[in-house]
Design a protein around this ligand. Structure first.
Ligand code: NAD
Length: 487
């Protein structure tokens, strides 16, 4: 595998991937090009794992399973804590790597590395706090003792938009719980996952506890792993469409699933909101990661009295953003992940404009060799526009006007998704009431950023099943076992 460092200055050899990572060994290979979306150039090639390779990864995870589940929690904890420290020490190189393969602005990439590493620190702490339960039965006949056991080998599948954080948000709790894992990162952004595996080995993760493989054939490779009776868990983050397919596949052998799927977040601004705070929050909720976040504000519902001032303020801020290569330190909005992503955004914006929306800034692709789309604000968007119902996944803020609280809640809930929502109002009673009325797993109240390792992250409706992070995240990788005890 090669990594073209000539035009990027990326040169930390200790983080270069060497191939598939199975059973603590690197296996050279090629077949999947990794593209720099800032230029369209090929950065590297990574191996294309076959079904046989995946089954060898399951063998390796099984060989390591007993030792890892029996390792004292303190030992598992300290390995995770060392992994956190190593990620922190290598934060700058990891951020550059993320920026190179994903395209996100360096500031976003640095934020992601810090966020990602925190999952190792949080779960290093949680590893030593796994609890159980003791109860008397109402009849008095016996006692109820509930233990939590590691669920078994876990397959972890992650998307390209947070190449480090989506992996650590799964690996951290899985290892803390005592599970061994096979990580399949997105083919667009595998270098970060492989680099983190190197740091994991340095931190003392035993061979086979974490295996990493890339494949251009994820459907059959995943199906083969799920069909193997040794695999007891699938933790997936990605689109709702692929999530549905995987739930059906997992059903064949009744594999336990955690699903972190797509979003269509409403961002509701009431007349009494602090305008400047709402605009600050809107920029974070919309533009973190260039709009390529599952929690990204997809629909801005703004009450009539504040609407025009909000549109003017957001337009000014969006128009001022510097667009460029992710790893250019001046860049505030990097390229999209692929040209296909740009085409999708273009289609959604054209559809909205055809239905009467007006772009107050941006509104058409900029062209050039990378995959760029300019920060865009659309006003007068009709609620039947396609972008009201599909994830935009790009730097486009679509603004709708509303009159009443009931209307805002109804519009916010008019979607199959239910991941995140944002509400801005100085009236905290109203903000909480509206937050309760919106059917999502997470609500930001006067705040545009909600992700935190200590919080339960996840969605309602078709945005997912289960939660990652927080005190409950570790239970996704554990099976409760009830002992009926008479004494
Ligand atoms: P995707 O669903 O296309 O791919 C996600 C992962 O699944 C990748 O690793 C991909 O290779 C793999 N995959 C694709 N087809 C597969 C198949 N048939 N079988 C097994 N694996 C398969 O999603 P994406 O484009 O990489 O990521 C963007 C999506 O992820 C958006 O919908 C976004 O909202 C969602 N997302 C959700 C969260 C969350 O926490 N809820 C976080 C980040 C991203």
């Amino acid at each position: 595998m090669t990594l073209d460092t000539a035009f990027t200055g990326y040169a930390d050899p200790s983080l270069h991937a060497e191939g598939l990572y199975i059973g603590g060994k690197w296996e050279a290979g090629s077949g999947i090009p990794v593209i720099d979306p800032s230029t369209g150039n090929t950065l590297a090639e990574v191996p294309d794992a076959s079904i046989d390779d995946a089954m060898r990864a399951v063998d390796a995870a099984e060989a390591a399973a007993v030792g890892w589940r029996r390792a004292p929690p303190r030992q598992r904890s300290e390995i995770l804590r060392r992994w956190f420290t190593l990620m922190t020490e290598h934060a700058e190189e990891l951020a550059l790597l993320i920026s190179l393969e994903n395209g996100k602005a360096l500031a976003d990439a640095r934020g992601e590395v810090a966020y990602a590493a925190e999952f190792f620190r949080w779960y290093a702490e949680e590893a030593t706090r796994i609890g159980g339960e003791f109860r008397h039965t109402p009849s008095g006949a016996h006692n109820i003792l509930v233990d939590h056991e590691p669920i078994g080998i876990a397959v972890l599948i992650t998307p390209w938009n947070f190449p480090a954080a989506m992996a650590t948000r799964k690996i951290g709790p899985a290892l803390a719980a005592g599970c061994t894992v096979i990580l399949k990162p997105a083919s667009e952004t595998p270098l970060t996952a492989y680099a983190m595996a190197r740091l994991g080995a340095e931190a003392g993760v035993p061979p086979g506890v974490v295996n990493v493989l890339t494949t251009s054939n994820p459907g059959p490779v995943t199906a083969a792993m799920l069909a193997d009776a040794r695999v007891r868990k699938l933790s997936f983050t990605g689109s709702t469409g692929v999530g549905r397919l995987l739930l059906a596949e997992a059903a064949k052998s009744v594999v336990n699933c955690s699903m972190e799927l797509g979003g269509n977040a409403p961002f509701v601004v009431f007349d009494d909101a602090d305008l400047s705070a709402a605009l600050d929050g809107a920029m974070v909720a919309k533009m973190r990661n260039g709009g390529e976040a599952c929690t990204a504000a997809n629909r801005f519902y703004v009450q009539a009295g504040i609407h025009d001032a909000f549109v003017a303020g957001l337009t000014q801020r969006m128009a001022a953003l510097k667009v460029g290569a992710g790893y250019d330190p001046e860049t505030q909005c990097g390229p999209m992940i692929t040209i296909k992503a740009v085409d999708k955004i273009n289609r959604l914006v054209a559809d909205a404009k055809d239905r009467g929306a007006r772009a107050t800034t941006g509104g058409a692709p900029v062209g050039g060799s990378g995959y760029y789309y300019p920060p865009t604000v659309l006003e007068n968007v009709p609620t039947d526009a396609a972008l009201a119902h599909e994830e935009i996944f790009g730097p486009v803020a679509a603004i709708y006007r509303f009159e009443t609280e009931e209307e805002a809640i109804r519009l916010a809930n008019d979607t199959e998704y239910g991941l995140a929502a944002y509400v801005y109002s100085r009236d905290i009673m109203r903000a909480m009431r509206v937050g309760r009325g919106i059917e999502t797993g997470m609500v930001g109240i006067n705040r545009g950023l909600m992700s935190d390792p200590a919080a339960p992250f996840g969605g309602a409706k078709q945005s997912g099943l289960g939660r990652e992070g927080g005190v409950t995240g570790i239970l996704e990788f554990m099976e409760p076992k009830y002992f009926a005890v008479e004494f």
